[in-house]
Design a protein around this ligand. Sequence first.
Ligand SMILES: C[S@@+](CC[C@H](N)C(=O)[O-])C[C@H]1O[C@@H](n2cnc3c(N)ncnc32)[C@H](O)[C@@H]1O
Ligand code: SF4
Length: 342
Amino acid sequence: MKYKCCDHILGSIDLSFSGFKYCNEVWEGPEYISYKEENAFEKNEIRRLKIIKDMQEGIIPERCKLCPILEEKDWKEFDGKIHKITIFNWKHCNAACFYCSVHSDFFEGIKKSDDYDALPIIEKLIKEDRLTSDTFVAFMGGEPTILEEFPAILKILLEKNCRVEVLSNGIKYEPSIGEMLKAENHNTICISLDCGFRESYKRIKRVDKFNEVTSTIKKYIKDAGKKANRVKVKYIIFPNVNDNKKEIDAFFDFCKQAGVKTVARAVNHVESKMDTTSNQAIETSVIKAYSYFKRQAAKFGMELQPEPWADAIVENKVYNCRKISPFARLKAECHFFFGNKK
Ligand SMILES: C[S@@+](CC[C@H](N)C(=O)[O-])C[C@H]1O[C@@H](n2cnc3c(N)ncnc32)[C@H](O)[C@@H]1O
Ligand code: SF4
């Protein structure tokens, strides 16, 4: 059937800090259904079916109207399969990055998540046959490797042949990630190193763990063998912190020496607010460092992971607004005048 809809509505689940939602494309997305509510999971699914029906009838929530992935096309009928899970519900971390939007507590060692355990939900999805080998699962938010349940979740996902990406600070080497990197699927890990020197690391991450992280990166590269491009090393550029050539050169020196094949660059997304309504200015030094990073990656033959949202911030186009015409944007911003009052 041809109508306006998106891939999130038709099969995404976001397991966040406080509850479920079906979309995390825009920060103003649907409200969370709290884990504390009875039958929270089922309520999220009922809500999904309702929004699919609404979309089919042309009733589109205001927050979706600005979303770049909302698309009019012949959508396949929803078959209950989940194609994307974002596990973003843990706030424990063994670092304390000054820029982190998670506002993690600081915890060294292994911890049981006291907010919410994703394992029973993943088990439920598998039992109900809702995951396929096309399902992509991303671990974000807090540090996944310090969670007691992490290896068990990863194991059942790999048994189901799902594709997995883990975002980790790399302070703790986790052997199950080594196994994940060897699997047939294109599973990946992305580690934010953000610098080239131990002193800078201490300033940015507020823990003295540069040597541990660089050693973890080398171990994962060894584990991955010929699939070393699955280990991505990331650099978030901050003004007056790491937006200089010396730091970026040291980062690439380490990457070359460690055999890193894939790098990623980003900018501070907190400043962008990742929202759909306001523009932001970005420092010239950050823009220069952003392009210098790309040139260095090309020079050393390293793959650069695309980050469309960071490109949009650098180009001073607001993430999620980049495909929107000025008129559509104005109309959406003034939705209280034009909005569907139904
Ligand atoms: C919150 S972290 C959680 C995973 C893991 N602890 C880590 O550091 O990679 C998820 C991702 O968000 C990125 N991130 C956190 N705060 C950010 C910010 N203010 N601007 C841009 N990226 C940020 C991190 O680098 C990481 O890739
Ligand atoms: S390591 Fe990750 S979760 Fe921890 S404070 Fe840094 S960005 Fe946040």
